[in-house]
Unconditional design. Structure first.
Ligand SMILES: [Zn+2]
Ligand SMILES: [Zn+2]
Length: 135
């Protein structure tokens, strides 16, 4: 891959973000430093970077793709309340676990966990407290 300043800006925006930004969120961020960049350019660079394994693409079924700030092995939980992507760090390497399976030669996997993030759990807890206060 040839060096490109725009691609470096896209990569930096993904690596600095902890929220697993979508292409649109990366675009908003890069535009602050490179006002002339187009959304199409951001998409193209995100595709090139993830195809070259320089950033990780997080596929969210039924939603836009997200991009990850780290390449370290970890999984993702999608919050069913607000749709945010939460990093999950299993104590065992699932890659190693699956690669030991008999009768199947697993070369990769894509796992999506569903649940509720801390923020939403807190809000839900507060709502429940308010409910009981009225009883
Ligand atoms: Zn949430
Ligand atoms: Zn992640």
């Amino acid at each position: 891959m040839k060096y490109s300043r725009q691609r470096e800006l896209v990569r930096e925006a993904v690596e600095k973000s902890s929220i697993h930004p979508t292409a649109d969120e990366v675009y908003q961020e890069v535009r602050k430093r490179e006002p002339t960049i187009s959304l199409a350019t951001v998409y193209r660079n995100l595709n090139q970077l993830s195809e070259n394994h320089l950033i990780r693409r997080v596929v969210v079924p039924g939603d836009s793709d997200h991009f990850d700030h780290t390449l370290k092995e970890h999984e993702h939980m999608i919050c069913t309340q607000c749709g945010c992507v939460v990093d999950i760090w299993p104590q065992v390497s699932l890659q190693a676990l699956f690669s030991g399976m008999e009768g199947a030669h697993i070369t990769g996997y894509d796992l999506t966990l569903y649940g509720i993030c801390d923020d939403c759990a807190r809000k839900r807890g507060e709502a429940e407290l308010q409910d009981t206060a009225h009883v």
